[in-house]
Design a protein around this ligand. Structure first.
Ligand code: TXA
Ligand code: MG
Length: 380
């Protein structure tokens, strides 16, 4: 198929796209060379940041590190530029994007009001891994909000992200820089894996810190509601907004409930392998994982195991990855997506993963694991 035929097909498709379907099918552009430039994560080089900002200002995409995961950035006020994000990711068009700002003033330009609860959250958690929903102003393009009357905004704390926004002089729309459905990138290599040939520039600032995406908090309803658990925990939010809750559709596992955040209804973070979570008392969990692994191996399947540090040795000599100690949710969050990608690269057919305690940051970890596993959970 020639490029012009492809473009015609894309156009036709966009007119008939249904809910949950990508806006376009993207084919690799053989002429697009993806440049990767290393940047100091504390004090990024000004010239490099200017080059990156010029790409953003010219309506093109740049991937950059944040404290959570790598983002795929475009000028958030330029509809055409934002469209390219959907193309490069193969992202469903009804999934809205987060606008990243470098100051509260920039956020204020985008919203009708900053309610008192939001002021409290901003004071305590910005810059950082908290995304807040506001009532949007007209200036925010429809493609950002997927037609909703709210806009999601976050001020990242990563110096490279802040510098990119500052040099660009515009809010930057950025989803995680993975192909839709795959685990979010926590290293520039992950971005390259998914975006090579599709975007002009990746800023490599090393591994991201938190490793999971930001918490999405809706303050536009009756009660403060977490729509996506993330780097800031429910307990953190309750320390200033005691009546905060988590969207029941996100934690109940009841598929009939409709999540308030469009992104939560899709399968996400998914490895190519089948993934199963095993939950229960530690000895039982190890026993069950070994049993399931043995059955799969008889079937000729290659098995990968995601284990707590405490249990790693018990699974040897199988392919096993250490997620971190059960007492160190931060470490587990930090390593999670990298491990899932690694097990994919090892061509495993089945990934068996120990469930983690779902309090604190564990709630976000379990949310990602359950999505990665497509809800497959064995209790022992
Ligand atoms: O940590 C993060 O949040 C990363 C970095 C790059 O900042 N970004 C990120 O973006 O995870 P993305 O697009 O992968 O996830 C954004 C989530 C989606 O689940 C989306 O549905 C939700 O936020 N969202 C965005 N705008 C929304 C809105 N107006 N109402 C409800 N949910 C919204
Ligand atoms: Mg994402």
């Amino acid at each position: 198929m020639t490029r012009s035929q492809l473009l015609t097909r894309q156009k036709d498709y966009s007119r008939s796209a249904k809910e949950g379907e990508p806006l376009f099918f993207f084919e690799k552009d053989d002429d697009m060379k993806t440049k990767v430039i290393a940047v100091d994560e504390i004090k990024p080089d000004k010239l490099v940041m200017k080059e990156a900002a010029d790409i953003i200002k010219s309506g093109n995409l740049v991937s950059f590190p944040t404290e959570t995961v790598y983002g795929l950035g475009a000028d958030g006020l330029n509809e055409k530029a934002v469209k390219k994000i959907f193309e490069a990711k193969g992202r469903p068009q009804d999934n809205p994007l987060i606008l990243h700002v470098d100051s509260v003033e920039m956020a204020e330009q985008l919203v009708l009001e900053v309610p008192p609860a939001a002021k409290l959250c901003i004071d305590k958690f910005w810059p950082g891994p908290l995304t807040i929903l506001f009532r949007r102003r007209e200036i925010v393009p429809d493609i950002i909000t997927a037609g909703l009357d709210t806009v999601a905004i976050r001020m990242p704390s990563h110096p490279v992200a802040i510098s990119l926004i500052r040099h660009s002089g515009t809010p930057i729309a950025a989803p995680s820089a993975n192909t839709s459905g795959k685990p979010s990138p926590t290293k520039a290599e992950h971005v390259f894996e998914d975006m090579n040939g599709k975007i002009p520039l990746i800023l490599d600032g090393g591994e991201t810190g938190v490793g999971l995406e930001s918490t999405v908090l809706d303050l536009t309803g009756q009660v403060p509601m977490i729509l996506r658990p993330g780097g800031i925990t429910l307990e953190d939010i309750r320390s200033i907004l005691p009546d905060a809750i988590v969207d029941p559709a996100v934690i109940s596992g009841d598929e009939k409930l409709k999540p308030k955040s469009p992104g939560q209804k899709y399968r996400h973070y998914a490895p190519k392998a089948t993934m199963i979570l095993v939950q229960g008392r530690p000895e039982k969990v190890v026993e069950e994982i070994k049993r399931l692994a043995a059955i799969a191996e008889i079937d000729g399947q290659k098995v990968g195991i995601m284990s707590s540090s405490e249990n790693v040795l018990k699974y040897l000599p199988k392919v096993v990855r250490d997620m971190g100690s059960v007492d160190d949710a931060k470490e587990i969050a930090h390593r999670l997506f990298d491990i899932i990608r690694e097990l994919d690269r090892e061509n495993t057919d089945l990934i068996l993963c120990e469930a983690v305690d779902d309090s604190g940051l564990g709630m976000a970890i379990m949310n990602r694991l359950l999505k990665a596993a497509g809800g497959k959970l064995v209790r022992v």
